[in-house]
Design a protein around this ligand. Structure first.
Ligand code: 5GP
Length: 206
């Protein structure tokens, strides 16, 4: 019999512009893991180099709203004028096969997952400082000034949500942050409450 039959859901979240996406990509580049990324659905237009089905499933507002109506999203949020959401079927089917699934989502969505899947591991990516975050958001000049300001305001409000998470990982360097996340995932697997039940069965302890 295998330990941990149902897979682990890992939610990587945190303030806007903190570098969640970069950290998530670095995490997937590390060796020795079998993590699977859940590709989100969005109504945002693709950025240069983004590929449909790999970075996001890019859909129209109508298609997205139909998915909401049909109950096909595990969570969703409106973020700076666009919808973002996690397709339920993929997550469920992978978890039920014992896979480790990673979501990289903003904070409102993470709190919805917390309600629905309290068993998941919630990791808050924090900036090393406020000026560092401001610099990062400004540097990503793919968007208009007004949108950058909106993202900064939003990020500042979101700092206060850190206490709702199981772990805080400071994004001082991308490599450090990715290493710490993998260490957290490994430790979670060994947690008594996740394994004791099946372990007792294997050893036939009453
Ligand atoms: P971006 O437009 O920069 O790709 O993403 C904007 C924000 O949406 C980021 O904070 C990203 O983590 C978040 N995001 C991406 N996919 C999802 C999703 O499926 N659900 C939620 N709630 N947020 C998402």
């Amino acid at each position: 019999m295998k330990l941990n039959e149902r897979g682990l859901l890992v939610v990587i979240s945190g303030p806007s512009g903190v570098g969640k996406g970069t950290v998530r990509k670095a995490l997937f580049d590390l060796d020795k893991h079998n993590l699977e990324y859940s590709v989100s659905m969005t109504t945002r237009a693709p950025r240069v180099g983004e590929v449909d089905g790999i970075d996001y499933f890019f859909v129209s507002k109508e298609q997205f709203e139909q998915n909401i109506k049909d109950g096909k999203l595990l969570e969703y949020a409106e973020f700076v004028g666009n919808y973002y959401g996690t397709p339920m079927d993929y997550v469920e089917s992978r978890l039920s096969k014992g896979k480790e699934v990673v979501l990289e989502i903003e904070v409102q969505g993470a709190m919805q997952v917390r309600e629905q899947m309290p068993d998941a591991v919630f990791i808050f990516i924090a900036p090393p400082s406020k000026p560092a975050l401001r610099a990062r958001i400004t540097k990503r000049a793919t968007e208009a000034e007004a949108i950058i300001n909106k993202r900064m305001e939003k990020a500042e409000r979101e700092f206060g949500m850190a206490h709702k998470y199981d772990y805080i990982v400071v994004n001082d360097t991308v490599e450090n942050a990715a290493d710490r996340i993998l260490a957290i995932i490994r430790a979670e697997h060994a947690k008594t409450e996740r394994t004791i039940h099946k372990y007792m069965k294997i050893l036939e302890v009453e």
